[in-house]
Design a protein around this ligand. Structure first.
Ligand code: 3PG
Length: 400
């Protein structure tokens, strides 16, 4: 079900689960991409004359009230973006939430305080969660699930509440599912999957699910050193998951058997150590099969940037998840920048390109790439990965 199936919403109290889990520096939001992505649903509901009651989590306060994880900065940013007052309730379903909801006029927006301040939100006890969800549900007439970033969780405010109210997917969830499905079901070929990020163990499910669907697998980031080690190369002090080497050897064999082209970097940017504290930043480019034993790989090198660019631009569908290096440090950002630019170039040539959430979405925005340079920038981190793994996501299943 989608918004259209909810009928006339004028005067109705619509409970919307959003994902406002944004990065914060103190009370400053450093990437408001998730808030902006929630606007179409909120604006549509206001236009329909609904009372919009927003629910979201911030961080992992583990059932305690942690003032630093209040949604106050989100309420402020939302007010600016919507051009209307967004009232923040002091609690999620308690007296303040009830009073603020009771005072709403059509078109008003109330944001309930961090749902994870309540221990029941993430409780493993289903009965406890269900009882809590009923208290939240009492605040609304219908439920809209629009927090794509949490659909892989079965928690009170995104899963259990759907059992108590008529429930539908919001515009963001609809858009995410349609974009990600376009890649996983019958993608236009060549279909290239670009994976990075620190740990290969975080990406095993995606690699396994896509090894017989993709035409090409391009690997960079910290996870690449487990691939290079599996090929028998020295990787110095780079990130390495020893316990995954055998599995990775298996992937290398399967990709060859399935005719999936496995593209690894040919050169690496190394440093004496991780660029923090007293460690000086003194980058050097070395061939990927000749890394010095005392150095740490922190980005893909310039030849690899060219190689990855060519492979990406020669694709009709591209999914990218995970940075190519330590992009937060300018000296190690070139690989991530090159991959982002390659997706922009591929998009301009008519390819369908997806940036799969989390760090890669933040990287793209922080490095100054325009949102419209990509076909889709997912708001999900874990959620988009699990979608690409082909898993059933509880927050979506509950809407069926
Ligand atoms: C995310 O940031 O990926 C989502 O908001 C989910 O957060 P969680 O991993 O803390 O459940």
């Amino acid at each position: 079900k989608t918004l259209k199936d909810l009928g006339d919403l004028k005067g109705k109290r619509v409970l919307v689960r959003a994902d406002f889990n944004v990065p914060l520096d103190g009370t400053t939001i450093t990437d408001d991409g998730r808030i902006k992505a929630a606007l179409p649903t909120i604006e549509q509901l206001r236009k329909d004359g609904a009372k919009v009651i927003l629910m979201a989590h911030l961080g992992r306060p583990k059932g305690k009230v942690v003032p630093e994880l209040s949604l106050a900065p989100v309420a402020k940013r939302l007010s600016e973006l919507l051009g209307c007052d967004v009232v923040l309730a002091e609690d999620t379903y308690g007296p303040d939430a009830q009073a603020k909801v009771a005072a709403m006029q059509d078109g008003d927006v109330v944001l309930l305080e961090n749902v994870r301040f309540n221990p029941e939100e993430t409780s493993k006890d289903e009965a406890e969660r269900a009882a809590y969800a009923k208290k939240i549900a009492a605040l609304g007439d219908v439920f809209v699930s629009d927090g794509f970033g949490v659909v892989h969780r079965a928690q009170g405010s995104n899963y259990d509440v759907a059992a108590d109210l008529t429930a539908a997917a919001g515009l963001l969830v609809e858009k995410e599912v349609s974009a990600l499905s376009r890649a996983t079901e019958n993608p236009e070929r060549p279909f290239t999957v670009v994976l990075g990020g620190s740990k290969v163990s975080d990406k095993l499910g995606v690699i396994e699910n896509l090894l017989d669907k993709a035409d090409r697998l391009v690997i960079g980031g910290g996870m690449v050193f487990t691939f290079l080690k599996a090929k028998g190369y020295e990787v110095g002090t780079s990130l390495l998951e020893e316990d995954q080497i055998d599995k990775v050897k298996g992937y290398i064999e399967t990709s060859a058997k399935n005719g999936v082209e496995l593209v690894l970097p040919v050169d690496i940017v190394v440093n004496k150590g991780f660029p923090a504290g007293d460690t000086p930043i003194d980058p050097k480019v070395v061939p990927a099969d000749q890394m010095p034993s005392g150095e740490m790989g922190l980005d893909i090198g310039p030849e690899s940037c060219k190689l990855f660019h060519d492979k990406i631009v020669d694709s009709k569908t591209v999914v990218w998840n995970g940075p190519m290096g330590v992009f937060e440090v300018p000296q190690f950002a070139a690989g991530t920048r090159a991959v982002a630019q390659a997706l922009v170039d591929a998009t301009a040539e008519g390819a369908f390109t997806i940036v799969g959430g989390g760090d890669s979405a933040s990287a793209v925005r922080n490095l100054g790439f325009p949102e419209d340079g990509f076909s889709h920038i997912s708001t999900g981190g874990g959620a988009s990965l699990e979608f690409l793994e082909g898993k059933e996501l509880p927050g979506l299943k509950v809407l069926d």
